[in-house]
Design a binder for this molecule. Structure first.
Ligand code: FAD
Ligand code: UDP
Length: 394
């Protein structure tokens, strides 16, 4: 009909907006983006806490980092980045340690100065209890890599809280490579590029959508309007894949995070942006203090106050935000069935974190959308190639 767009994108997160931007800017297509939330941007959305002026990432702390040159060249068209480097600290039995495991943490924990070589020998001896290749669960695997004392202090309680499952019942794959650095380097990421968007995430995301051929329609659920579009225009769907098929193969399982935000009357609550709570009997997993993500904005923040967020992790029930795919054997079986259904769905491509049931960092979601554009959408729109899905990313 005359009112149909050339392309419908369901979801205005990084995946959906990258698709929309490429198709509108490079191919001149008219793109309609739907989102059921009241704002664009998906889980990377942020806004300023109104009384303090401090930017808060509303769906949990988002740190941008990538080593992918193509992604970096693309994202820097829409934003500059600050020189923020992420570092994480952990609180255990009344002391603060610097993560990830490094020489500073080892020396503090064991109360003694070790050279890099002495620390290596110490950990090798403590890790000899289990053989890494023969490890049958997360606990055995972690102990085989870092030894029992460090495991019990920094991994056991935290992991039990994150997954609500005893570490002896979790897959060893969750901790494929636990880094231990025998230096004092405590940077959290190893990527070539790292930083936070200078004007915030929402400004960046809004610029991606700022094109005369892109219309973003908020508070609109695709499932209320699907008959108007399915089979009529190409669709890129970035919502949950099980939901698209009415959960007919069963629900995929996710963890969600409850974020309890508060404004407190101190100028500086914890001196850094993220402190993990490694004690098992502390109910939250970590505390975020958002002003520390942007030290360069200190003059714009209301003095004497700060915004903190306590994070609590739990299984997602119906109606909760799906955050991390749990990916049990049962989930993987269901996912294979959904991928088959996705392949047979005419003119619909499934993408993004929810559409593929994969934990994707932002740079991965953007990179994956750029590939879908190059390999599927551009050949279709520019050269008439059939829009076969190949469905969910494989
Ligand atoms: P999303 O951002 O989830 O967007 C999907 C959109 O689709 C949503 O806006 C949703 O409302 C919409 N939608 C779904 N169904 C429908 C429907 N039926 N109708 C209309 N709209 C619909 N990445 C990093 O790189 N660094 C980090 O530090 C980091 N931290 C994270 C912390 C947490 C707690 C979480 C959950 C994720 C984190 N990520 C991080 C990952 C990052 O959020 C994702 O890479 C990114 O959000 C993926 O974008 P997306 O477009 O695939 O999905
Ligand atoms: N982890 C841990 N202790 C920590 C930090 C991480 O045991 O202090 C383990 C835990 O199993 C967690 C995994 O490492 O699920 C990944 O942690 P990270 O904080 O990097 O993941 P995020 O929740 O930020 O995605």
């Amino acid at each position: 009909g005359p009112n149909l767009p050339d392309l419908l994108v369901v979801g205005s997160g990084f995946f959906g907006l990258t698709i929309a931007e490429r198709c509108a800017s490079e191919l001149g297509l008219k793109v309609l983006v739907l989102d059921r939330r009241h704002h664009l941007g998906g889980n990377a959305y942020s806004e300023k806490e109104p009384t303090t002026g401090i930017e808060v990432h509303k769906y949990g702390a988002h740190l941008f980092h990538t080593s992918n040159q193509k992604v970096w060249d693309y994202v820097t068209r829409f934003t500059t980045f600050t020189s923020y480097q992420h570092r994480v600290f952990g609180k255990y039995q009344g002391q603060i340690y610097s993560l990830p495991m490094n020489l500073g943490l080892i020396n503090q924990f064991f109360g003694k100065a070790h050279t890099p070589e002495e620390a290596r020998d110490l950990i090798a001896e403590q890790a000899s209890e289990f053989d890494t290749d023969g490890a049958e669960n997360l606990e055995e695997k972690a102990i085989s890599l870092i030894g029992r004392p460090l495991y019990e202090a920094f991994i056991k309680g935290y992991t039990a809280k994150q997954w609500q499952t005893d570490p002896t019942e979790l897959s060893p794959d969750i901790i494929t490579r636990l880094p231990v650095r025998y230096t004092y380097d405590n940077r959290y990421f190893n990527d070539t590029y790292e930083g936070l968007p200078t004007d915030g995430y929402t400004a960046w995301l809004t610029r991606m959508a700022d094109h005369p051929n892109i219309e973003v329609r908020l508070e609109t659920d695709f499932f209320d309007v699907r008959e108007e579009y399915v089979g009529k225009v190409p669709i890129v769907y970035t919502g949950p894949v099980d939901e698209y098929f009415d959960n007919r193969e069963g629900r995929l399982s996710w963890r969600t995070v409850d974020l309890e935000e508060s404004v407190v009357d101190v100028d500086d609550f914890q001196g850094t942006s993220v402190v993990n709570a490694n004690d098992e009997d502390v109910p939250y997993t970590r505390i975020l203090e958002f002003k520390h993500f942007h030290p360069e904005r200190v003059k714009t923040h209301l003095p004497g106050k700060t915004v903190i967020v306590h994070e609590y992790s739990r299984f997602a029930e119906e109606g909760d935000e799906p955050y991390y795919p749990i990916n049990t054997a049962e989930d993987r079986e269901k996912l294979l069935k959904y991928r088959e259904l996705a392949k047979r769905e005419p003119m619909v491509l499934f993408g993004g974190r929810l559409g593929t049931y994969k934990y994707l960092d932002m740079h991965m979601a953007i990179g994956s959308a750029l590939s879908m554009y190059e390999n599927k959408l551009k050949p279709h729109f520019a050269a008439g190639a059939e829009l076969t899905s190949g469905g969910v990313d494989e």
